[in-house]
Design a protein around this ligand. Structure first.
Ligand code: ZN
Length: 184
């Protein structure tokens, strides 16, 4: 598929994450060399700046350190955003930003994701899909449910942050961005 065609027709939206991947995070961390065939992307940064502030909001207690896990996911995208999203990004994570660009909320459950009701109990996350500067309403928000294992939560974080970079379920890295159980 031609990426530029895909991007030109894809608008903003909401994207779900559903649990159920049979692959674990640890064994499937992509390596740069796995993706040498991906064509060069020349995508302008929809945020209009390379350095984004990220606020972590913990509405729900987790058994792991949510801050450390979130930072790990952001580190992943600092390394791979230019390759996969088409533009480099740097994240400044804090619990307290006045006007964050991105808000990551850990919650008990997700009842609704955009206009889609979420009867599916396997949903682990929901995020704004950022495609166009005109469609950005800050803070761009990603929800991640607590109560899952550490690796699955990290995978969900990487997936949802990928959506905030404009990546869909059809984009690489497929081991993080694909979604077998939902195409929303
Ligand atoms: Zn998704």
């Amino acid at each position: 598929m031609n990426r530029r065609t895909l991007l030109s027709v894809a608008g903003g939206g909401i994207a779900l994450t559903v649990a159920g991947s049979t692959n674990s995070f640890v064994t499937n961390t992509p390596r740069y060399s796995d993706y040498v065939d991906i064509p060069e992307r020349n995508i302008s940064n929809p945020y209009g700046k390379q350095k984004l502030t990220v606020q972590l909001s913990q509405q729900s207690e987790s058994q792991y350190d949510a801050f450390v896990l979130t930072r790990q996911a952001l580190d992943y995208w600092e390394e791979y955003s230019e390759k996969f999203a088409g533009y480099p990004i740097i994240y400044n994570l804090s619990h307290n930003h006045d006007t964050p660009d991105v808000l990551i909320r850990f919650v008990d459950s997700i009842e609704e994701c955009g206009s889609d009701s979420t009867d599916n109990k396997n949903i682990t996350g929901c995020a704004d899909l950022v495609k166009d500067v005109d469609l950005i309403i800050t803070p761009v928000t990603a929800h991640v449910i607590t109560g899952r294992g550490r690796d699955e939560t990290l995978r969900t974080l990487i997936h949802e942050i990928g959506h905030t970079l404009g990546l869909t379920h059809h984009d690489e890295p497929a081991n993080f961005m694909s979604n077998d159980a939902s195409s929303v």
